[in-house]
Design a protein around this ligand. Structure first.
Ligand code: ACO
Length: 327
């Protein structure tokens, strides 16, 4: 038994902000940056921020992406029996985003839960859904990555605020005797704790304790990301008895173009097979992989029978890869 991707969808919020526009806004509060710095160090040119006054939340973006994926898959709400949302920025501590999306989709009664693995979240959620579909009794899952990272960015910290954006992406998976997800693996190394990447705030007896903003040691994350992504890609390729050089569509976590290019080079995947949507929307954490995948699918970049490699990495550290024979 396998699970197959039968539909994809994505959503971006309404407020587009170019590097130049953002640099101007930041200059007004005494933070110095430039389009040239952001573009040359990361490959990012633009990002979208959710507008709370328009009701744009993690749940609303997740729902929109899921609706588009469900429509592309041609399934009805009553067929969905599992919803998993990967997010680091849920609207509230509980209930989960997944339960709220379930209500919005009208998929009453099905299993729904969130996964927290930061930028590796979608790969973790996909792994979990794949295992649950292959084991049964689940048959049709909606797997979503959705974030409103702008809520946790310190706009006085130029080393992080220029990197992230908001958005959502989703896939519909169906169990099938045809492949399918060939291999998927997730990994973590908790020894780094919040030292290289973290958001340490917690609710405690009516108070917010700790730092409510994302903090990152970019250089350390860079090194760990490349190592984890290359190793996990080789692992899933070995498990599926294929070569990474045969991947037709490479969908890496959209965090930094230099990381993406370095990983693709080490895996022998030509640049024109790598999906690059980072320039348009920045690092959308758990949303980044399904968002990029949806863009590629809708642009006709992948054909049935081809190999697709998905990868995520983020705080924890947590990372993973999934190799798919496209349906
Ligand atoms: N504008 C202008 N200058 C800046 C900015 C900015 N936005 N940010 C930092 N700088 C300055 C620094 O202050 C530093 O100045 P100094 O030399 O005078 O002290 C200089 O630029 C160099 O800073 P570095 O941090 O060394 O820059 P680096 O070349 O390493 O690039 C970056 C930083 C882009 C963050 C890089 O380390 C990186 O991409 N790391 C990976 C991060 C990542 O991928 N995170 C996401 C994965 S996990 C997740 O998604 C949650």
């Amino acid at each position: 038994m396998y699970s197959r991707v039968i539909g994809t969808g994505s959503a971006l919020p309404s407020m587009a902000l170019s590097n130049e526009g953002f640099a101007k806004q930041l200059a007004e509060v005494g933070v110095e940056t430039s389009d040239e710095w952001i573009r040359s160090r990361t490959g990012i040119e633009n990002r979208y921020f959710a507008d709370a006054s328009k009701g744009e939340t993690t749940t609303s973006l997740a729902t929109l992406a899921a609706q588009r994926a469900v429509e592309a898959a041609g399934v009805t709400a009553s067929e969905i029996d599992l919803i998993i949302v990967a997010t680091t920025t849920p609207d509230m501590v509980f209930p989960s985003v997944a339960c709220r999306v379930q209500a919005a989709l009208g998929a009453k009664g099905c299993a729904a839960f969130d996964v927290q693995a930061v930028c590796a979240g979608f790969i973790y959620a996909l792994n979990a859904a794949d295992a649950m579909l292959r084991a049964g009794p689940y048959r049709c899952a909606v797997v979503i990555g959705a974030e409103v990272m702008s809520r946790v960015l310190d706009m006085s910290d130029r080393s992080t605020c220029v990197l992230f954006g908001d958005g959502a992406g989703a896939v519909v998976l169906r169990s099938s005797s045809d492949p399918g997800i060939l291999a998927a693996r997730m990994y973590a190394d908790g020894q780094y704790d919040d030292k290289v990447l973290g958001l340490t705030a917690s609710l405690n007896h009516g108070r917010i304790e700790g730092d409510p903003f994302l903090r990152m040691d970019g250089r350390q994350v860079f090194r760990l990301a490349v190592e984890g992504l290359v190793n996990s890609a080789r692992e899933v390729a070995n498990l599926a008895c294929v070569h990474t050089e045969d991947v037709a569509l490479f969908v890496p976590h959209q965090a930094n173009l230099r990381i993406m290019t370095m990983v693709a080079n080490k895996l022998g995947i030509p640049d024109d097979r790598m999906v690059k949507t980072l320039a348009e929307h920045g690092n959308t954490s758990a949303a980044s992989v399904p968002l990029a995948l949806d863009r590629a699918v809708r642009a006709g970049m992948v054909k049935p029978g081809e190999l697709v490699l998905l990868q995520g990495v983020g705080a924890g550290m947590a990372w993973g890869s999934a190799l798919i024979r496209w349906a």
